[in-house]
Design a protein around this ligand. Structure first.
Ligand SMILES: CC(C)(COP(=O)(O)OP(=O)(O)OC[C@H]1O[C@@H](n2cnc3c(N)ncnc32)[C@H](O)[C@@H]1O)[C@@H](O)C(=O)NCCC(=O)NCCS
Ligand SMILES: Nc1ncnc2c1ncn2[C@@H]1O[C@H](COP(=O)(O)OP(=O)(O)OP(=O)(O)O)[C@@H](O)[C@H]1O
Length: 199
């Protein structure tokens, strides 16, 4: 069984996924896969450097992620262009990872993705799970973790589904507005449910 674990920036997806993994779940993170497909030599990186030039490359030829982030969250059409290059490749690579993970003894597999619905990756999963919290807390946790401005966090939030729209998909929900113990308690209950449901 593949479960899509989603939530906006800084909602706590990786933290929640690690709690599931501690109980034996397997997982793949779409953000990690999005990094794989822009490694040096990959066609997506060539397309990005053709469009934006050297400004989006570091001295060693790897992607300057902060520079590209500035461009795409300032201009929605540029973000759409980048997604048209990256999302099909992320999806293809996710399928390979999921196939590999399904062959492991784990009872179920998590596909962790900030853009599960926005990118159509929900077609790859049988159930979905939303990590939910008030947007203000999401913003504060992101600002505490990342070296980004409040304006940029707001631009990223604006490019993602709203809390209400994400919840409207009828997924299971983890309330991550409390402490780690509260989160782990919910993970443990869901793990038992998923094990009972897994074929
Ligand atoms: C713009 C990039 C280079 C910025 O890299 P950076 O290292 O600063 O951030 P990182 O990749 O870790 O992403 C951080 C968070 O930003 C948000 N985010 C990233 N891309 C997008 C997007 N296209 N739309 C909305 N939110 C996004 C997500 O919440 C993500 O968890 C990178 O995010 C990217 O390549 N994005 C396009 C690919 C994509 O859509 N990835 C999302 C998973 S499929
Ligand atoms: N219940 C919690 N209480 C306090 N802090 C938390 C909690 N859950 C997560 N955090 C913190 O919030 C930040 C965001 O969490 P995490 O990195 O897991 O989110 P994410 O959804 O994977 O983020 P992104 O997709 O943006 O990479 C981290 O610094 C994490 O330690």
């Amino acid at each position: 069984m593949i479960i899509g674990l989603t939530g906006g920036i800084g909602s706590g997806k990786s933290t929640v996924a690690r709690a599931f993994a501690a109980l034996g779940a397997a997982w793949v993170d779409a953000d990690d896969v999005a990094r794989e497909i822009v490694a040096p030599g990959e066609p997506a990186l060539e397309a990005i450097s053709r469009r934006y030039g050297k400004a989006v490359l570091q001295q060693d030829g790897t992607l300057n992620r902060a520079a590209l982030r500035e461009i795409i969250f300032a201009t929605p059409t540029e973000r759409e262009w980048l997604e048209s290059v990256t999302h099909p490749r992320v999806r293809e690579r996710l399928l390979t990872h999921l196939e590999r993970l399904q062959a492991t003894p784990a009872a179920y597999v998590l596909l962790v993705s900030p853009l599960l619905f926005e990118s159509g990756q929900d077609a790859l999963v049988e159930r979905c799970l939303v990590v939910d919290l008030p947007e203000a807390l999401q913003r504060e946790r992101t600002l505490a973790r990342d070296n980004v401005s409040r304006d940029q966090v707001n631009a990223i939030l604006a490019a993602q589904l709203s809390r209400e729209k994400r919840l409207s998909h009828g997924c299971d929900v983890i309330d991550n507005s409390g402490d780690a113990a509260f989160m782990r308690q919910q993970v443990s209950a869901l793990d038992a449910r998923y094990r009972a449901l897994a074929p």
